[in-house]
Design a protein around this ligand. Structure first.
Ligand code: SF4
Ligand code: SF4
Length: 282
């Protein structure tokens, strides 16, 4: 079963919940797809075993062969290649490495090189496999890196917990692909609720089963609960605001270690999700 842990905004507690779910399960693959700021390792403390560069194909134009016909620039849906009267310019940050330009070039003037977009890291903490992507600073191509990270998830893994990027942009949608369930961590504050609604709208559009973990309960009001009740959306778990937990988080101590009794709650949550998943599959 693949569970993606999401939140509409940063700081809602998504990584805390994702890491604690994996730790409570004891045997899981934890995947940090929050590639712009992967910080799951700061809580999980895995032993890093390998690291690979993630790359994307990049067109390389041989201007000896090129006759500046513009077929490539007309075919590129990302406006990543521009043909000037005597020069072809490739905008590498816009290029998705799709290969269309080299495919359509009548002169066979385009070959491929690669460019680095980030790193993929792998490791382990006891029976928890750790995978993470780390996007190069300033690099906009998060979705291809997320795809490459997810391609490393062992096929036989019984439980995969994916820590998603905050927000509802392309990296989040790419992260959700192939997930069985989305656990949305939300705060019942004006900002937290607004950003939760964006995630909810997207998940409803995608028709992906989801439920909510209310974090820092007691810090805001009851607008999240009222909304979930009215929309008949499952509030699966509630974590009260606790200053000691917040301090422990800042020191890199996961929730289930600062408050071991929470493990039981996370295990019950997992059991609920697994039962619902089996029912949907039957
Ligand atoms: S399609 Fe090929 S020949 Fe035409 S402008 Fe592009 S690189 Fe040059
Ligand atoms: S590889 Fe794809 S995205 Fe990149 S320049 Fe060519 S057509 Fe455009």
């Amino acid at each position: 079963m693949t569970i993606t842990v999401a939140s509409g905004k940063g700081g809602a507690g998504k990584t805390s919940v994702a890491v604690s779910l994996a730790l409570a399960a004891g045997q899981a693959v934890y995947v940090d797809c929050d590639v712009e700021e992967p910080n799951g390792a700061l809580l999980l403390h895995p032993h890093l075993e390998w690291e690979e560069e993630a790359t994307l194909p990049l067109p390389l134009v041989d201007e000896e062969k090129c006759d500046y016909c513009k077929t490539c620039s007309q075919a590129c849906q990302f406006h990543a290649i521009m043909v000037l009267p005597h020069k072809v310019v490739v905008f590498d940050r816009l290029c998705h490495g799709c290969g269309t330009c080299s495919y359509v070039c009548p002169q066979k003037a385009i070959s491929e090189t690669t460019r680095s977009i980030g790193l993929i890291q792998g490791g382990r903490r006891e029976d928890i496999v750790y995978l993470a992507g780390r996007l190069n600073i300033g690099e906009p191509m998060a979705p291809p890196l997320i795809r490459q990270v997810k391609a490393r998830i062992p096929r036989e893994a019984p439980l995969v917990v994916i820590d998603a990027p905050a927000g509802v942009a392309c990296p989040f949608v790419e992260t959700l692909r192939g997930s069985d369930f989305c656990l949305v961590v939300a705060e019942s504050t004006p900002f937290g609720f607004h950003d939760y609604l964006l995630v909810e709208e997207l998940l409803l559009d995608l028709d992906l089963p989801f439920g909510v973990v209310e974090n820092k309960a007691g810090l805001g009001d009851d607008r999240l609960r009222r909304h979930l009740f009215e929309r008949e959306i499952s509030l699966l778990f509630t974590l009260p605001y606790n200053g000691d937990w917040a301090r422990a988080y800042s020191l890199g101590v996961p929730l289930v270690e600062v408050e071991p009794s929470l493990s039981e709650g996370f295990l019950e949550l997992l059991a609920t999700l697994e039962t619902a998943h089996e029912r949907r599959g039957s």
